[in-house]
Design a protein around this ligand. Structure first.
Ligand code: ATP
Ligand code: MG
Length: 601
């Protein structure tokens, strides 16, 4: 019996049953004893009457019957049977003779008791009559002693038919049992109804609690009473609303953490105390490759990230750092394990940082310093050796001395040129260069620059040709700086091409950009070098470039200047055939839309 409802019904019915049975038994028993007492009283009184009126009056046993035969005696007690027995138990007088006039013979414990001198009352003894029909009797026997010898002389034995009494008792009992049954059925029905009012809200509560546990947090039960169940319902509603609040707070915290982890530029991997991956953000997969992260245990990732450390989830260490290279990427890895107060491992977090840029910048810085030192050392060595030769006596020969001094001055100029370029780059790097930006006609700058180079180009039998657009093309730019960029590009085209080469310049305009193309049919740039020509000190053919006075800083400066203008510079080249340099300026009419440009070179 699992349900409280049925337990309540059973308790209820059982209680009522016990109470009714007890009450009924008491009532029936007391009714019976009341009836029996009454009969006993009557029988005793009847016996006393027999003693007084018959034995006392007629004295002679032979006459006793006369007493019974007297018209008043026998009738007065109705169904009572009165008998006088002698000491042996033989009936010597009776008020109920059979039709044949023979006195009935009696056998009864009451008679035996009386023979032994004890009066005796027996209630409810079944006794068969002459036709073997059983009748229930209440009987009473009392000895009558001889006044002199005090021995039992007669026995007065009286009895009364108790069938009606007992049948009325059994009828009452039956009625009572019926009443009990009806009461039990009614109690059962009422019990079901009443217990339903108790258990109904409890089963609603328990089903709502199950739904709550299943994650359905919108649970509110209407409160229909102010009793304990009503209070319980209120408490449940309060608990459900608090739970919902707490869970939504936790969820928003979790979301925040997820958002932070998702948007972090560092990769994060988290493992539980069993070494199972519990969290991996996208960056971590990008850095290590999803195949190295998804579904991998801590032991597997540890052997990838810290190959020689022999780390495992049973021995993760508390903190460890390392740097590793995957493909072209440099990744800094730091591992932290966290333990609870008892020192038991709770989890491990690995943070991955892409330090490729830092590493490259660092390498570039080192290379730059090496390049600068190298570029300075050559002129300095030259100056030193020419100065020493002069000091060793060459100064006395004026022509030689002038020649040497000319070389020294040339080297100083070259150093000054490098230092000037470096200073300019440095101020571009530090954004210290203030650009004098104003609307400028780019065609003017191109024409001017061509003019500066025409003489030297003509000398080398080279031609510079500008395909003029029909109209002025206006850009927002610092005229002097753009002239500097164009000077370097045209100068390069002249420098790195053969006699008879042609340099063509033209302008193209699109919605977002204005592009200036400078194409030569010179020596071109090998594919592998092309992406490096904008780096500082990068020269494709170092010897040739230096011989032509180049330092490899011109295009680096051009790139910085173009970027400072919100534009850019790029190159297309085929080795041995020629090079096209492209300068890109934002179209001043569309400057605002630059961010959503989709055009490329
Ligand atoms: P600087 O311009 O500082 O005097 P430079 O001309 O050598 O020296 P950049 O202008 O930066 O340096 O050019 C870098 C390198 O790119 C050059 O050394 C050259 O090898 C290559 N280069 C540039 N323009 C051309 C071109 N039009 N044709 C062939 N190679 C070129
Ligand atoms: Mg140059």
């Amino acid at each position: 019996m699992k349900s409280i409802r049925w337990k309540l019904v059973i308790i209820y019915v059982a209680m009522i049953f016990i109470v009714l049975i007890l009450a009924g038994t008491f009532i029936i028993l007391s009714y019976r004893s009341q009836q029996e007492n009454k009969a006993e009283r009557d029988l005793k009184q009847y016996a006393a009457t027999i003693r007084e009126n018959i034995i006392g009056e007629y004295e002679e046993p032979g006459l006793f019957q006369t007493g019974f035969d007297s018209p008043t005696f026998g009738i007065s007690k109705g169904e009572f049977q009165g008998n006088i027995l002698d000491a042996e138990g033989t009936t010597i007088a009776s008020n109920s003779t059979g039709g044949d006039g023979i006195f009935p013979k009696y056998q009864s414990t009451a008679i035996i008791s009386a023979q032994h001198g004890e009066e005796c009352f027996i209630a409810g003894r079944k006794h068969p009559d002459a036709n073997d029909i059983f009748t229930i009797w209440m009987e009473y026997a009392v000895p009558v002693r001889n006044s002199i010898s005090s021995e039992v002389e007669y026995i007065i034995y009286v009895r009364v038919n108790a069938d009606s009494i007992y049948s009325s008792i059994s009828e009452t009992t039956n009625t009572f049992i019926l009443a009990i049954l009806i009461a039990l059925v009614l109690t059962g029905i009422l019990g079901v109804v009443f217990s339903g009012t108790l258990t109904g809200p409890i089963s609603i509560l328990s089903s709502k609690a199950r739904e709550l546990a299943a994650g359905n947090l919108d649970q509110e039960i209407p409160v229909s009473s102010k009793d304990e169940i009503g209070q319980l319902t209120e408490s449940f509603n309060y608990m459900a609303s608090e739970l919902k609040k707490t869970i939504s707070e936790m969820e928003s915290e979790k979301n925040k953490t997820e958002i932070v982890l998702y948007n972090m530029t560092d990769g994060v991997l988290a493992y539980d105390s069993g070494g199972k991956l519990t969290h991996a953000n996208q960056v971590s997969e990008e850095l290590l490759g999803a195949e190295n992260v998804t579904g991998k245990t801590f032991d597997e990732i540890a052997s990838l990230l810290f190959p020689s450390a022999g780390l495992s989830v049973s021995n993760p260490g508390s903190f460890r750092e390392s740097t590793l290279t995957i493909g072209e990427k440099y990744i800094s890895v730091s591992l932290t394990s966290h333990k609870n107060a008892a020192g038991v491992l709770e989890g491990i977090v690995i943070v991955l940082q892409d330090i490729t840029k830092h590493k490259k910048l660092d390498d570039m810085r080192k290379e730059f310093v090496a390049n600068v030192s190298h570029e300075m050392r050559t002129p300095l060595t030259n100056i030193k050796s020419y100065a020493e030769t002069l000091m060793d006596g060459a100064i006395d020969d004026k022509n030689v001395a002038m020649d040497f001094l000319g070389v020294i001055a040339g080297e100083v100029d070259r150093m000054t040129h490098i230092v000037k370029d470096l200073l300019e780059l440095s101020s571009l790097d530090n954004k210290q260069l203030v650009l004098d930006i104003r609307p400028t006609n780019i065609c003017d700058i191109i024409r001017e620059t061509i003019k500066q180079h025409m003489l030297i180009a003509k000398k080398q039998n080279k031609d510079i040709y500008f395909e003029e657009p029909g109209d002025n093309v206006m850009i927002n730019a610092d005229r002097q700086r753009i002239s500097q960029v164009l000077t370097n590009i045209i100068n390069n085209s002249v420098k790195y091409s053969y006699d008879g080469a042609t340099i063509e310049i033209w302008i193209e305009q699109s919605l977002y950009y204005i592009r200036v193309f400078v194409r030569d049919n010179g020596m071109g740039i090998p594919k592998d070098d092309l992406r490096n020509i904008f780096e500082r000190f990068y020269r494709v053919d170092k010897a040739r470039s230096r011989a032509l006075g180049g330092t490899g800083l011109g295009l680096a400066i051009a790139k910085e200047i173009m970027e400072a203008h919100g534009g850019g510079i790029s190159a297309v080249s085929e080795f041995g055939k020629g090079t096209t340099m492209i300068l890109r300026f934002p179209n001043k009419t569309e400057v605002k839309n630059l961010n959503d440009e989709s055009e490329d070179f």
